[in-house]
Design a protein around this ligand. Sequence first.
Ligand code: SAH
Length: 298
Amino acid sequence: MTSALTPKWSTPDLHAAIKDHYDGLIELYEDLWGEHIHHGYWAEGEPDPGRHAAQVRLIEELLAFGGLSEIAGGARVLDVGCGVGASSVHLAGKLGCTVDGITISSEQIVRAGEKAAEAGVTDRTTFRLMDAMATDYEDGTFDVVWALESCELMPDKRKFLAECARVLKPGGTLLVATWCARDDKLAKDEARLLDRIYRDFVVSHVLPLDHYRTLVEELGLTGIRTADWSEQVADTWKISSEAVKPVVRNPSMVWKLIRAKGMDIFRFLNSVPLMKQAYERNVMRYGVFTATRAGDPS
Ligand code: SAH
């Protein structure tokens, strides 16, 4: 397998970098992308609903894909890598379920709490600072484990998915959307492109979607389904490239950002066109998968 599909950082270094990245850039993310830190979904032949609506559409499509659109109000959901809580708040508000969101960015915890309060769902949401590869939840706690664009940040995919499976109730649903590699036969320049994306976006590494199917099978989950949504999400990067242009072209804005965030801000802004390239060159794909923990729901 090409080395671009293996972790590039030690776990402590990666976690420190992720924390710095999301703590430090929390406002920039919100200014540029809004509260959802994930791709949008554009259905073929439908009018463009706008970026924010496309991000909400992705959540709806994911729920439908996992057969969860009618999830029971009393269900417990774990939102793994919850960002500033946008999915958690959406799920708690729309479906009435109870959601625990976990992240390793303390700033995101604060912001997620504020968002839950604004949306009036504090009684159904809890945000905690916790490593998704080693949580403190009891076995069989959740009806749904929801991982929207956090799996690519996990250095040990097997450990991460095993932990997701462990905390699921028998009959519970795992639902993952994650950045993927086209396959494991990447040319050198393709691998280099991924390595730059890992560095600039603080991502551990990506895998091809079929590797995830194998991993989840090996963990004993059943009813596994996968889908490639690359075509539906790729426009995210055309739009994002346009969104960063005024920032890059505005010297006073750039200086303000450098003063606040240091020179790393350049890497971050540069990573946006890199992602666009990765989709255009068919190096990056967008995969979703769902599976069920064996056993009868109690
Ligand atoms: N799911 C959110 C955020 C995606 S950004 C959304 O769609 O808006 C990736 C998130 O994964 C960040 O919140 C980051 O802190 C979190 N994350 C990365 N590694 C993690 C880990 N080991 N444990 C828990 N959260 C992690």
